[in-house]
Design a protein around this ligand. Structure first.
Ligand SMILES: [Zn+2]
Length: 317
């Protein structure tokens, strides 16, 4: 690939971000916490962070001027009901307490609220006899998980299970327990193989391909996605999320136009891996595509952008 002038590229990226209205306050870095450190094979350059090093990791994020993180947990072991997801001393709860005690209000902490990283099936709901997802039983567990994260100090709880009524169930639990975390709902989480690189880290021992299409949104139907989003807004979500990012930016604009509501977008592991893999072969310019990905998400109207590229692009802001 032809080498270009690095200095003029840098100026171009700065101009591109400035004209898209992007600020560092729009950016959120996803931190994957685990008990032991390891690189994620299908996400070159990305590692999971052990809880004992979480403050160090968050300091490096704060040093680049980013003041929001979202925590995804990979526990040491799983059990049939995913009980470590709501354990007071679970991996996410420990990480949140540690970050909040070191950084206080200088770092906003959101948490992924789900059971799929903690149970044996890898599904986001509890499976009843007959193999069906038991929506209502799952709501009770999600409410318990969210409350345990809020008790540990999370500023934002972010349910990602795509169960019906999850926003209302969690809001009610937080209210009853006088916990004041705000709620970011993964409202339109599309069934997608773009989650595979993250899943390969979270589900290292699982061999079967997980089909979550019975509760996640289909990519081809914007009406269903908009209905899910409207329901979550009506149930009291403080912000709604669309995930993955780049193939769903039309939805971001539709939501802004129709509901004029705060929208977050998650640029997922597969979107990261595609750019990294092509760049490693010299087929695309990595820096340009990182910057353009983030700028296009902002251009579509996202108020918060969760991306593994956040730390790399912060220098242009
Ligand atoms: Zn899940």
């Amino acid at each position: 690939m032809q080498r270009r002038n690095a200095r003029s590229d840098e100026e171009n990226y700065k101009t591109m971000f400035a004209s898209s209205g992007l600020r560092k306050s729009h950016l959120v870095f996803p931190v994957i916490v685990s008990n032991s450190p390891s690189m994620i094979k299908s996400m070159p350059g990305m590692a999971v962070t052990p809880v004992r090093r979480i403050s160090q990791r968050v300091q490096s994020i704060a040093d680049s001027g980013i003041s929001s993180v979202i925590i995804f947990g990979i526990p040491k072991s799983r059990d049939p009901i995913g009980s470590s997801a709501f354990d007071r001393n679970g991996i996410v709860q420990d990480a949140v307490r540690e970050i909040k005690s070191s950084f206080g209000s200088a770092m906003s902490v959101a948490t992924d609220v789900c059971i799929c990283q903690y149970n044996l099936t890898g599904h986001c709901g509890i499976i009843s006899y007959g193999g069906r997802i038991n929506n209502d039983a799952t709501l009770k567990v999600l409410a318990k998980i969210a409350a345990s994260h809020a008790e540990a100090g999370a500023d934002v709880v972010a349910p990602s299970a795509m169960m019906d009524g999850q926003v209302y169930a969690i809001k009610r639990e937080l209210h009853n327990r006088r916990l004041d975390a705000s709620l970011l709902s993964f409202s339109a989480k599309h069934a997608s193989s773009l989650y595979t690189p993250f899943r390969s880290a979270a589900f290292a021992k699982m061999t079967t391909r997980l089909d979550k299409s019975s509760y996640q949104v289909s990519y081809s139907n914007s009406r269903v996605a908009l209905r899910e989003i409207e329901t979550d807004i009506n149930e009291g979500a403080d912000m709604v999320m669309i995930k993955p990012a780049l193939m769903y930016l039309d939805l971001v604009r539709m939501v802004k136009n129709r509901f004029n509501y705060p929208v977050a977008v998650q640029n997922v592991s597969g979107e990261y891996a595609m750019i990294k893999a092509a760049a490693m072969r010299g087929w695309i310019d990595e820096e340009e595509w990182k910057v353009r990905s983030i700028a296009s998400i902002r251009r579509a109207g996202a108020d918060k952008i969760i991306s593994y590229f956040v730390l790399d692009v912060a220098k242009y802001l």
